[in-house]
Design a binder for this molecule. Structure first.
Ligand SMILES: [Zn+2]
Length: 617
């Protein structure tokens, strides 16, 4: 019997970490050339796109995103800005007062020469003309010939585009004065996966697309310097990247060629004032800082060591950064992540610049490397990125040698404020559909981060760290969902986590445990909420000794290992019988007189009312 069990164990270990059977993803291979008409803020583009269908079914249609079309009066994005009670301040003008605001959508006032558009003028599939139609920001293509399973079709597209006023993420003449912030600038093949086509209009939230390779040539006036995704192929012939380049110009223009492998979004920005700084991290990542060299960009000059430290820390704790380069480019209107690059605005304040760099670079894992759909899994995309950012901040900026048990109490404060505000909606809601930006932001950035930290409370912080690395091995360059992360955490810890992910993501239920009282040597605990959790109860006795009672939840079908955390120092751990969610109360019997008892002294349990979590004699 024992031998048999051992064999089963080996079998399980070998196969449980293998790729999920039946998983598939589409592939893209872009070759694009664009010709800038800088004065008109327009460009002409042509593309050759190889699209490989691995879906197991034949496709009769494909779809592209035309994101620039959102920046037109009457678009869904415009209507959203006119009707949401708390529009993004960058996208709306307040015509009222601070206390009595009256917002006007900035898109609603755009003139024809200020709007954004991408107009397709020719589209062929394997040399044959195809028919297509455009609704808002989605281009629907009826194929000349279906793309069979396992086959590749080549699309040839010609289009022209106008770069909109800088309203959100991309545009002309940003607040910092960067002339071209070119994000969402090309017609992008939509994602097709087991959930079907992802055809979300561009309303506000973020981007999702198949992985692939990019070969991008940009013809632009000779005075510009470009920062972009991927690797510059001709640094010796353009401005900014090497000393004394031999600039090759034709009719006043210079051709820039960038190549990028295995990413799903390509960004670039161009400005005449840009300079380029380059350094290599210990782990071998080439980091480029591309920014305007002027009085407003003082922080950029000091940012490089922090950026290098970030990549080294992250490669050790969340999996090796797998690309050669990362470019941090001044542009856009805040911070936004793309394949091997980010656009970041501002740069006077070093702390804020570093914070934004850490956040966007952390998305290189939780968005780009794990191609997460922010629209579907906002808590996973923004929440886990915020967790990674915070861990790197504590290590690289604050230089802490030992991580605190709860790395971000602020995230808990933000989440609990949301949970008690009456405005919370389930984190499983499609990201664009929240009734307020307030609820979206706190749900995605804070509750998502709390989900990760609290997972450490349930499975133990060491298991959480292992889960991140195991998840990297299993899911890099793929499109995992939150469920895939949960499965890895279950495999690493041996603990069932369905109840936790279900309740925390799909509902707005809140956790509230309390110590109801201590009677002699009996401590009575109560769950005042409809959300059951395992309980760590630290007891200090009148004789000065300590004991940590661990009460697993029956649904876990397992126990977390003992944790070596500062709050538990000197306490002997006693594992008690399981508690379960259908039972509201639980009694802990002690052997000695109780002086103090505390539910979760590490504060990783997201208890919305922690005033009743401590008993003191
Ligand atoms: Zn983010």
């Amino acid at each position: 019997m024992r031998k048999f069990t051992l064999l089963i164990c080996i079998f399980l270990v070998q196969f449980s970490f293998a790729q999920r059977k039946g998983y598939w993803q589409q592939e893209v291979d872009y070759k694009m050339e664009i010709d800038m008409k800088e004065k008109a803020y327009q460009y002409d583009g042509k593309m050759q796109l190889k699209y490989t269908n691995n879906s197991g079914q034949s496709l009769n249609k494909v779809y592209f995103h035309l994101y620039f079309n959102a920046f037109q009066p009457g678009s869904m994005m415009d209507n959203r800005l006119q009707n949401i009670p708390d529009p993004d301040k960058r996208m709306a003008t307040n015509l009222g007062t601070k206390d009595n605001p009256k917002y006007e959508s900035r898109i609603s006032t755009l003139k024809p020469d200020q709007i954004g558009y991408q107009k397709v003028t020719s589209l062929k599939q394997d040399g044959k003309v195809v028919s297509y139609k455009v609704d808002g920001t989605i281009l629907e293509v009826t194929l000349a010939k279906p793309i069979a399973e396992g086959k590749t079709s080549t699309f040839e597209m010609v289009w022209n585009a106008q770069v909109p006023e800088q309203i959100r993420r991309s545009g002309r003449n940003s607040k910092d004065g960067v002339e071209f912030s070119m994000a969402q600038w090309y017609p992008k093949m939509a994602e097709f996966d087991p959930e079907g086509w992802h055809l979300d209009e561009y309303i506000g939230r973020e981007f999702f697309a198949p992985f692939g390779n990019f070969d991008v040539t940009i013809n632009i006036g000779k005075d510009y310097v470009i920062g972009a995704s991927g690797e510059l192929q001709n640094p010796n012939n353009v401005k900014g990247y090497v000393k004394n380049p031999t600039i090759k110009e034709q009719n006043g223009k210079v051709s820039w060629n960038f190549k990028a492998e295995n990413i799903h979004d390509f960004v670039w920005a161009a400005d005449k004032e840009f300079i380029v700084e380059h350094a290599k991290s210990k782990h071998g990542v080439n980091v480029y800082l591309v920014y305007q060299d002027n009085d407003s960009s003082t922080a950029w000059r000091e940012a490089m060591p922090y950026a290098l430290g970030f990549f080294d820390y992250n490669s050790e704790h969340f999996g090796q950064y797998p690309w050669k380069n990362y470019s941090i480019i001044q542009g856009g209107d805040g911070g936004m992540e793309y394949g091997t690059a980010t656009l970041i605005a501002g740069g006077k304040n070093l702390e804020s610049l570093i914070g934004t760099i850490f956040h966007e670079a952390a998305h290189s894992w939780y968005q780009q490397l794990f191609g997460i759909n922010e629209t579907y899994n906002e808590w996973f995309d923004e929440g886990f990125t915020s967790y990674v950012e915070q861990m790197a901040h504590l290590n690289v900026v604050e230089k802490l040698k030992v991580m605190p048990s709860n790395p971000n109490p602020d995230a808990y404060r933000g989440y609990i404020a949301l949970a008690l505000s009456g405005k919370e909606e389930p984190a499983s809601l499609l990201a664009d559909y929240y009734n307020t930006n307030y609820a979206y932001s706190l749900e995605a950035y804070y509750k998502g981060q709390v989900l990760a930290i609290q997972l450490g409370y349930i499975i133990g912080n060491d298991n959480l760290n292992k889960t991140f690395l195991q998840f990297y091995d299993q899911w890099k360059f793929k499109h995992p969902s939150g469920n895939d992360f949960k499965r890895v955490a279950e495999e690493v810890s041996g603990i069932n986590l369905k109840w936790y992910f279900n309740l925390f993501i799909n509902t707005t239920r809140k956790i509230d445990y309390a110590i109801e009282g201590v009677n002699g040597n009996t401590i009575k605990l109560v769950n005042n909420s409809d959300f059951a959790m395992p309980i760590d109860l630290l007891v200090e006795y009148t004789d000065g000794t300590k004991e940590l009672f661990y009460i697993p939840l029956r649904e876990m079908r397992g126990e977390k290992p003992e944790e070596n955390l500062v709050e538990y120092k000197g306490a002997k751990r006693t594992i008690l019988e399981d508690w379960f969610w259908t039972k509201p109360t639980y009694e802990v019997k002690t052997s000695k007189e109780v002086k103090k008892a505390t539910i979760d002294p590490t504060k990783r349990l997201a208890d919305v009312n922690d005033k009743n979590n401590v008993f003191k004699k």
